[in-house]
Design a protein around this ligand. Structure first.
Ligand code: ZN
Length: 310
């Protein structure tokens, strides 16, 4: 398909935004599309956004966990990510051979040949969503009323892109509820409103939109249609690297009993637990703030600075 004038404008604006961020030293390019190192200046905003989200929960955020970027492969398989998003996942391979295999591996590497044939799948995998490592810790019966959790973790999505909002490795700061079906829906809706307030308070042009995940393949089209029909997923969108295209900077999801069934989590009355989460995309929100207020956080409006650094 021939790109339209508008496609070209969007691509140009994205490229300009990327150059501005790199020139200001906020992010450092690595030579791999979608992989950046963060400067102290960028990270300071990330941590302020995290703290603001955390404060907005009052004392109701629940138990806090900071997850490792990798999780047990057995738990990863239970999330069903392999079935729904095989094109986005990241597996980890390790070397477990002896001297002979090592020699063959080095020979292949020295000759610039494929050497992954000498590796085997590890017992760990890269996390795809910040809440995934939570569920295996909840297997069993929940206390009456379920539980609230505030979690953060690095997520991996294999979708290399020059658009700075589409990183391969990024953090989500999530508020998760696991328990009764009605309470799960209420959790998502309450947090969607709270998220809109929080982000519009930072001067961002945000709105909530019904959304659906990019499920893979033919079976995935059915899953996507079902997710749309049942309005399980909402996103808070905002123009980030392009003023013409809105990007999701936060998403609020109801999983019904998906994780309850997969991980054997039951409510106090013995039914499969429902769950819901809202995930604040920390890098994306930071980029949205940079796009809106400029590359120097020291010169952002005092009202915005006051909220981020009270
Ligand atoms: Zn989640």
């Amino acid at each position: 398909m021939k790109p339209t004038m508008s496609d070209e404008t969007v691509a140009e604006e994205r490229a300009e935004f990327r150059s501005a961020i790199l020139a200001a030293g906020l992010l450092v390019a690595t030579g791999v599309d979608g992989l950046y190192q963060r400067s102290g200046k960028f990270e300071r905003v990330v941590r302020a956004v995290e703290a603001l989200a955390s404060r907005s929960a009052g004392d109701k955020g629940g138990s806090q966990y900071y997850f490792s970027p990798i999780m047990a492969r057995e738990a990863f398989e239970r999330t069903d990510y392999l079935r729904s998003f095989p094109d986005l996942m990241g597996a980890i391979e390790v070397f477990q051979g002896g001297d002979d295999e090592h020699a063959r591996l080095l020979r292949a590497a020295d000759q610039g040949q494929e050497w992954s044939q000498y590796l085997t799948l590890a017992e760990v995998a890269l996390c795809s969503a910040a809440c995934h490592p939570l569920y295996s810790s909840l297997t069993g019966t929940l206390p009456a009323g379920g539980g609230n959790f505030e979690v953060q973790g690095y997520c991996f999505r294999h979708e290399p892109s020059l658009d700075p909002v589409r990183m391969q490795s990024f953090r989500q700061h999530e508020f998760v509820y696991v328990g009764e079906p009605d309470a799960a829906l209420q959790h998502r809706d309450r947090w969607l409103d709270r998220g809109l307030d929080l982000l519009s308070g930072l001067g961002l042009d945000v709105q909530a939109e019904e959304a659906n995940d990019p499920f893979f393949g033919r079976a995935g089209r059915m899953l996507a249609a079902n997710q749309r029909a049942t309005a399980l997923k909402y996103e808070i969108t905002c123009p980030v690297s392009s003023s013409e295209v809105r990007t999701a900077i936060t998403s609020a999801n109801c999983h019904e009993s998906h994780f309850g069934d997969s991980f054997g989590i039951f409510t106090a009355d013995g039914k499969p637990a429902h769950s819901a989460c809202i995930g604040f995309g920390l890098e994306r929100i930071t980029l949205a703030l940079i796009k809106r207020h400029g590359v120097d956080p020291a010169s952002w409006p005092s009202e915005v600075r006051g909220k981020l650094w009270p």
